[in-house]
Design a protein around this ligand. Structure first.
Ligand code: F6R
Length: 247
């Protein structure tokens, strides 16, 4: 794992966006794996700026999102479909037919998950997967005790995740209890991974994921076994790491 620590979230987001941009410039038909949540917002903002001001071209890029809540219509303001549209897709030139986000309303979930996996394979696999991390160590919605080999599936959210995500709903009771998520095995198949964590509230889980034992109780620790992971942190998120080079 390559660990890069920036003084603040803005520097971390810019560094993350530079990595995404390099992949897209080197391989114009790159396949990007995308995350939602607070963490990548500034990174997406920087990609939008690069598209507008530097001509960063997404016209041949294909995207796969990690997850979507079960039973939430794509138009629901808290859906990840709506998030992606608002925070990235409507501002750049990735073609609609190249965008893949799990369908939270799929009738036959196992069949949908197989098709999603097959679409990733047909696209040639994910070149760069962007990841945030939950305070309990989840990546995607792979909660503690998820199988390291899991593929895209329907996952049950823990109470702590529902509390963390309640801001988008009325309260944690109305936060959906299930989501469709890429599995840990799906994520580990990506050729490279950009793991971004910001803020003091992520400090302990970052230390556990990066320096702690590899255990299914900390799903993000699986990344220690991936050959090409760049961890980008701000100072507060890095504050509990013992071995780290700061830029
Ligand atoms: C989002 C996702 C989640 C988030 C994680 C952190 O698509 O897969 O694993 O990355 O919950 O969320 P934030 O960034 O809001 O702290």
């Amino acid at each position: 794992m390559k660990i890069i620590v920036h003084a603040d979230a803005e520097g971390a987001a810019r560094a993350g966006a530079r990595i995404v941009a390099e992949v897209v410039r080197r391989k114009p038909n790159a396949v990007l794996g995308l995350a939602t949540g607070h963490t990548p917002l500034e990174l997406y903002g920087e990609l939008i700026r690069m598209h507008r001001e530097e001509g960063l071209d997404f016209s041949r890029v294909t995207t796969f999102n990690l997850d979507e809540y079960r039973d939430l219509p794509p138009g629901h303001p808290a859906s990840y479909h709506a998030y992606m549209e608002k925070n990235l897709f409507r501002h750049i030139n990735v073609p609609g037919q190249n965008i893949h986000i799990p369908d939270g309303r799929a009738e036959d979930v196992p069949a949908f998950c197989e098709v999603f996996e097959e679409s990733i394979r047909k696209a040639g696999g994910v070149d760069l997967q962007i990841l945030g991390v939950g305070t309990n160590g989840h990546i995607g919605f792979n909660e503690p005790s998820s199988d390291f080999r899991s593929r895209t599936h329907l996952a049950r959210l823990t109470e702590s995740t529902r509390r963390d995500n309640a801001f988008a709903f009325e309260n944690s009771e109305t936060t959906p209890p299930h989501a469709i998520t890429m599995g840990l095995g799906t994520i580990m198949d990506s050729r490279s991974i950009l793991f971004l964590a910001l803020g003091e509230r992520k400090a302990q889980i970052v230390a556990d994921a990066v320096e702690g034992p590899v255990t299914e109780m900390v799903p993000a620790s699986v990344l220690q076994g991936h050959p090409d992971v760049t961890v980008i942190l701000d100072e507060p998120a890095a504050s509990r790491l013992r071995r780290v080079a700061r830029v």
